[in-house]
Design a protein around this ligand. Structure first.
Ligand code: PHE
Length: 354
């Protein structure tokens, strides 16, 4: 038996099975080394000692070689498996469909953010409003021609006898006319003033409704942002400053505001305002504003008094504005039709996804 050749053969065994076969071939019950051992009895004592030592060395060398090769083969098998099972991170993954904010929400957040920076608080009010807050208290009694400027969804509660609209203190303000889907956010001026004492500055983002024939520039539902600032010495200059700041917030340092006189029953004087869009060199008509009409302060104080609260608005002045949110988006993005906003067509909405 050639021990060198045997060790080399073991070192090159290609598989665990062939290695096992070699183990049997050399060290098995009828293996070559075992057979050699059996011949020892026929030798002289010296020869036996010498050959026995050599055979034991062979046996040890073979066992060591078998073990080493086995470890090697197992390691190779493991590496091969790891390679096969590894994750190929260069493969494209699964795309999870992700939602996004509606274009109206994004514009609203942008607007509200600009006012927050100037210390305004953000408050919201009910969409189903009483005739009193939506109209009467802001100087639009039912005989007033200005009511005709806003076509209204009137809501009846015929089948909900217990239904009421609550005022700022939980009192029933449903009133004679029942309820309306608010035609603007200006009713919140009254709700907020009744509950708070000046000075304060607030913005009111909200959804409003008008009973209109819809077309490219009219929807029956849209959004407004209302602003109200009241204090002891608030002037028209503060209003101009705030709207100018809004213009800069929206259109950069070159943004500016323009006022033109107009009429709203709840402000005096009243203006419509536009903002200068430097990029397009255009004025954008965005809303109405003005100094809070004294009628509103009186209506609020009378209401407070009925609730047992002290009058708080004598000697105060303030300004308010209201602007259309979709309108800003339409002009800024050149959207041709306001009805696209609420048709839930993804091909439209995705273009403005945040
Ligand atoms: N409420 C008015 C509208 O909807 C806008 C406005 C608000 C005007 C506040 C003046 C002051 O048209």
């Amino acid at each position: 038996m050639n021990i060198e050749a045997a060790l080399e053969e073991i070192g090159k065994a290609p598989t665990l099975e062939s290695l096992q076969a070699l183990k049997v071939q050399y060290l098995g019950k009828n293996g070559l080394v075992t057979q050699e051992m059996k011949t020892l009895g026929r030798l002289s004592p010296e020869e036996r000692r010498e050959k026995g030592r050599v055979l034991n060395e062979w046996k040890a060398a073979l066992e060591k070689a078998l073990e080493a090769r086995e470890a090697q083969l197992r390691e190779e098998a493991l590496q091969a498996r790891l390679l096969q099972e590894s994750i190929d991170v260069s493969l494209p993954g699964y795309a999870f469909p992700s939602g996004g904010l509606h274009i109206t929400s994004r514009i609203m957040q942008e607007l509200v953010g600009i006012f927050r920076k100037q210390g305004f608080s953000v408050v919201e009010g009910p969409e189903v409003e009483s005739e009193f807050f939506n109209f009467d208290a802001i100087n639009m009694p039912d005989w007033h021609p200005a009511r005709d400027m806003q076509d209204t969804f009137w809501v009846e509660f015929k089948n909900q006898p217990g239904f009421t609209i609550q005022g700022p203190f939980g009192e029933d303000v449903t009133g004679r006319g029942g309820a309306v889907l608010r035609t603007h956010t200006s009713g919140m001026q009254i709700r907020y003033m009744i509950q708070h004492t000046p000075p304060f500055r607030i913005v009111v983002p909200g959804r409003v409704f008008r009973y209109e024939q819809t077309d490219a520039s009219h929807e029956a539902m849209f959004h407004q942002l209302e602003g109200l600032v009241v204090g002891p010495n608030i002037t028209m200059a503060d209003l101009k400053g705030a709207i100018s700041e809004l213009a800069r917030g929206l259109f950069g340092e070159e943004g500016k505001a323009r006022f033109q006189p107009t009429y709203f029953p709840f402000v005096e004087p009243g203006v419509q305002f536009a903002m200068w869009w430097p990029e397009r060199q255009k004025w954008l008509e965005l809303g109405g504003a003005g100094m809070v009409h004294p009628y509103l302060f009186k209506a609020v104080d009378d209401y407070r008094e009925r609730q047992g609260l002290p009058r708080a608005y004598e000697g105060m002045t303030g300004w308010a504005f209201g602007m259309g949110v979709e309108r800003l988006a339409l002009l800024r993005y050149g959207i041709p039709d306001i009805r696209y906003f609420y048709q839930n067509r993804l091909s439209f909405l995705r273009q403005f996804r945040g």
